[in-house]
Design a protein. Sequence first.
Length: 286
Amino acid sequence: MSEIKKYLACEGRVNIICAETTDLVEKARKIHDLSPVATAALGRVLTMGAIMSTRIKGEDSITLQIKGNGPIGNVTCVLDGKQNVKGYVGDPLVDLPIREDGKLDVGGAVGKEGFLYVIRDMGLKEPYIGVTPLVSGEIAEDFTKYFAESEQTPSAIALGVLVDKEGVKKAGGYLLTLMPDATEEDIKQIEEALKNAEPVTTMLDKNMSLQQIAETMTNDDNLMVMVGELIPQYSCNCSKEKFVKNLQKLGKDDIDHLFEEQEKIETVCQFCNKKYEFRREDIENN
């Protein structure tokens, strides 16, 4: 299952977006043949992308990229305002020992040194780029820092992927933000709820609904529903025409070099692994 729901708590002074992304992350795992730790790393970023997709207009897009010093390489996600997300990692087969607490070592795979980039394309001449240093490489903490520093938005973020022998058992997360009129009492209420809450994948594995999770995280059983069910999906919009345009940007000399020893060239989409073949006339006649 994959779905997103948005709520207001504390009489409208706290905003919470909850997402289950199990099917979405499982599709990404299959496309990229991801190892368990790579599944967890990319799955967390894809879940954050799905959540952020509810905060922008349909035709706008955002690229999320984590460039850490860990063995997984870059972790990339592209999202739009229609809840379409896609992504990839540098090394999909990276493998690390399980941590002492029994959890996948996402921070070790991503690395604790590096940067989180949020690139917003809103149809302007230049995209807006926000950059913050990584905190831990565990991803949720890194995005919390980004929202606090780049968007001046106090927030609590949880992102999780539960992997078993069959693949992705559960995946999801939430983004909780305080509105400007949030009171000290609201903050104490939220802090107490966060302190006592179970991990988001544990709650999902117990078949708690997104509303039940939102109620748990805000300690408020009188939530206002902002938006009903939204369905995020792993979707790639690549096409042969788009690849042709990119190849044409290379220039005649580079194109000649590509075809010196072969009649056709093959390109592979990083996001969906779809392959496209081109002959010289495909590029020159378009």
